[in-house]
Design a binder for this molecule. Structure first.
Ligand code: HEM
Length: 221
């Protein structure tokens, strides 16, 4: 492996992320296949709409497990806003919407990423609850079950819209980011540009892991 790269995610983090991502996308596709006539052909591929529903429901269980693991893993770093640095970042919109001379430094995840995490967490839980009730409709009065359909559709619209923003920002929008979720090792220069505050934190705490170096390095050690 190339020397001097910095470890930004461990294998557990990457497995949970991809379980969440793959199950979420599978749910989006199979859900669309059931909801719209123009996507019904997806049912034909798996031998009928009933099978599509089975795949959707059981993938929902994988999504549920991934979501719980993801919330446990990320809530501290991506679920809590830290003031004043997060507010400073929000005031400049992270430099994404207008010219900013210097984007304020934040911790591991910036407020935009935190917003995405919180959206996935909140809408994910909404999808789970509404989905389970639709799966077992006898459990509740019909007048209540009826509400689950628009709520499930609403959660989908929000997650699906945010997904495209996440996909863009996690790939071509921020070149050099993809390795964070593929190998876990990132280029120092990219990290310095995208997460300068976090890099300093790791250097300060002596938790920086650099490829090709025997042990954790610390500029303060
Ligand atoms: C399939 C395409 C996807 C790609 C290429 C991708 C890429 C990435 C990358 C590169 C990061 C790390 C960002 C950084 O720290 O700089 C990340 C984080 C994350 N991803 Fe994904 N991702 C994908 C799909 C998804 C999906 C479908 C979900 C949720 C349903 C998701 C949820 C998250 C969350 C919650 C984080 C943690 C922090 C955050 O950015 O909010 N990802 N992803």
């Amino acid at each position: 492996m190339q020397k001097g790269l910095i470890q930004v995610t461990d294998s557990y983090e990457r497995i949970v992320h991809w379980m969440l991502a793959i199950s979420c996308l599978c749910l989006c596709v199979t859900g669309l296949g059931m909801m719209f006539q123009s996507f019904n052909f997806l049912g034909i591929i798996v031998g009928g709409l009933k099978n599509l529903k089975l795949i959707h429901n059981f993938t929902g269980l994988i999504f549920a497990a991934s979501l719980i693991l993801a919330i446990r893993m990320w809530w501290k770093e991506a679920g809590v806003f830290v003031f004043p640095e997060d507010l400073d970042w929000i005031k400049t919109a992270g430099g994404y919407l207008w010219h900013v001379d210097k984007v304020p430094e934040t911790g591991k995840y910036n407020p935009g990423q935190k917003l995405f995490f919180l959206t996935v967490a909140a809408c994910g839980v909404l999808m789970l609850i509404t989905g389970l009730i639709m799966w077992f409709p006898e459990a509740l009065p019909t007048s209540l079950v009826r509400w689950m359909y628009p709520l499930h559709a609403l959660g989908f619209v929000v997650i699906f819209a945010f997904f495209f923003v996440h996909l863009y920002l996690g790939t071509i929008g921020n070149p050099g980011t993809v390795p964070a979720m593929l190998t876990g090792w990132m280029d120092r220069a990219v990290l310095k540009k995208q997460h300068p505050g976090w890099l300093k934190e790791m250097e300060h705490n002596g938790t920086l892991i650099v490829s090709g170096e025997e042990k954790k390095t610390s500029h303060h050690a």
